[in-house]
Ligand binder design. Sequence first.
Ligand SMILES: Cc1cc2nc3c(=O)[nH]c(=O)nc-3n(C[C@H](O)[C@H](O)[C@H](O)COP(=O)(O)O)c2cc1C
Length: 155
Amino acid sequence: MINAPSRAESDVLCAQPLISKLYTSRASRRFGPADLAPMLKMSRAKNWLRSLTGILLYQDGRFLHYLEGPADGVDERMDRIRVDPRHSHIVMLAEQQPAARLFPRWTMASTSLPEAERTVPGLRAVFAGLDSSIDTAATTAAVARLAAWFAEQHR
Ligand SMILES: Cc1cc2nc3c(=O)[nH]c(=O)nc-3n(C[C@H](O)[C@H](O)[C@H](O)COP(=O)(O)O)c2cc1C
């Protein structure tokens, strides 16, 4: 995992507003660790260059991605991500201007979902609902709890 030092500092220096996007999508095919690893590696390098942080979750053919950073960087990456053939059916769940980052130290955090689900209240239900009845407020709240759990895990 690439840690991003001085993130708070670069936010202060950066004149652009901090924005975040949370979306879900369907993977074009099953992803195993061997498929995810190179994607994470490349995304982390590219996000690092743009001061982007966040988390990517995958389970059973579904992605849930929270991406945050300077508006231009987030929008530019989202334009690339939208046309990536490795997934489709992108549904934007939340677009916000948060006061602070949820994942200040992670260019693209990822975790074993079963482990996170055991600890983060509501995450299991959120993921189960992504295919049918998406509860945006519950999903956003679960990502915030996930961030707190993640930070605790990696203190
Ligand atoms: C679910 C999903 C999430 C992704 N997230 C990111 C990301 O956060 N940052 C990133 O640079 N690329 C991400 N990618 C990969 C981009 O879609 C793209 O392939 C890659 O960044 C190459 O971009 P380039 O054409 O600018 O080289 C993601 C792809 C998928 C399928």
